[in-house]
Design a protein around this ligand. Structure first.
Ligand code: NAP
Ligand code: GLV
Length: 312
């Protein structure tokens, strides 16, 4: 059985980190590190992150594409993908807990005004300010899927007042659920720290725009850990410069790596992180992929197969 591997980190060390445990689990698995794939007819499964557009159609016997990340927006942008086979997105405990750590870290920074304290240290200013109890801090998560639901549960455990917005209504302990177009306005009106964990689809592209930001209360903060395409960059800069939005933490961008001349790098009210909110961890992702291959071989459906109509 031959498996095409396209490393998320694009290096040989990452390839070995996958090859060794996979071949230890099943010696019949032969991992081939793209672009050295050998005979294209041999390839049964593909484990890929951002493959070159057009590449996936080259393998006539390909049975499943495992996307080595949660978001499939870039993958699905390739109109030549073999859409008749399952395309499976990654849901694994390491990816989920990584994102929850990121959300907690930056929610707490906003909640406690850490950006202001960082500046005070630079200016050698000693000034105390009382921050609200977490139960009085209203956090809102756009996207209450695998990642949003886990982050929401951990924020509830810290006693934050948590709401989520999704397509369908959700019943999650301690989380107020808003859904659909009709629920968005009320969700935004009560949200002081907004976290975007939506998939990027035709419906959600550009959703973080001037109209949406204006519906947040004055002084709200934004954390975008989903995709750069959700944000209208100029609208965020305008909302920060007017003082309506107090601070934004951005992990994802229209163009990655973020170009050196992008104003986000130096904006005093923006924190930039280099798409590290949650990276795919071989230790937890490999068992998930192995399970997926086993299920496919026994003719059973693979969990987290992408719904092509919804686009996520
Ligand atoms: P998921 O389980 O598919 O959850 C998606 C959520 O978004 C669902 O709750 C869904 O609502 C909601 N949603 C989708 N379209 C919507 C719409 N038009 N209106 C309202 N709600 C909508 O996805 P996930 O695993 O949580 O991942 C979310 C995203 O995080 C990924 O797509 C990826 O872009 C991003 N991500 C980023 C990083 C990073 O390092 N920055 C790492 C991993 C993932 P329903 O539940 O009602 O369907
Ligand atoms: C990372 O951005 C992912 O989608 O897993």
């Amino acid at each position: 059985m031959a498996i095409l591997f396209n490393s998320p980190q694009d290096d040989a060390g990452e390839f070995e980190a996958w090859r060794k445990p996979l071949t230890a689990a099943d010696p019949n698995m032969e991992l081939r590190f793209w672009p050295n794939v050998g005979r294209v007819e041999d390839i049964d499964y593909a484990l890929v992150w951002l493959p070159e557009p057009g590449d996936m159609q080259r393998y006539p016997n390909l049975k499943v594409i495992f996307n080595l990340g949660a978001g499939v927006d870039k993958l699905l942008a390739d109109k030549t993908l073999p859409y008749h086979i399952p395309i499976v997105r990654l849901v694994d405990p390491g990816l989920t807990s990584g994102m929850t750590e990121y959300v907690l870290l930056h929610t707490l920074r906003h909640h406690r005004g850490q950006h202001v304290l960082d500046q005070q240290q630079k200016d050698r200013v000693w000034r105390q300010k009382l921050f609200p109890l977490s139960r009085n801090r209203r956090v809102g998560i756009m996207g209450l899927g695998v990642l949003g639901a886990d982050a929401a549960a951990k924020l509830v455990a810290l006693d934050f007042d948590v709401a989520g917005w999704s397509r369908q209504h959700k019943s999650l302990p301690g989380v107020t659920s808003y859904h659909g177009e009709d629920g968005l306005e009320a969700f935004l009106a009560r949200t002081e720290i907004l976290i975007c964990l939506l998939p990027l689809t035709a419906e959600t592209r550009g959703i973080l725009n001037a109209k949406l930001l204006a519906q947040l209360p004055k002084g709200a903060c934004l954390i975008n850990a989903a995709r750069g395409g959700h944000l209208v960059d100029a609208d965020l800069i305008a909302a920060l410069d007017s003082g309506h939005i107090a601070h934004a933490t951005l992990d994802v961008f229209h163009k990655e790596p973020l170009p050196a001349d992008n104003p986000f790098w130096v904006h005093p009210k923006i924190t930039v992180t280099p798409h590290v909110a949650s990276l795919t961890q071989p230790e937890t992702a490999i068992p998930v992929v192995l399970d997926g291959i086993r299920l496919h071989k026994t003719g059973r459906p693979i969990p987290n197969t992408v719904d092509l109509k919804k686009g996520y």
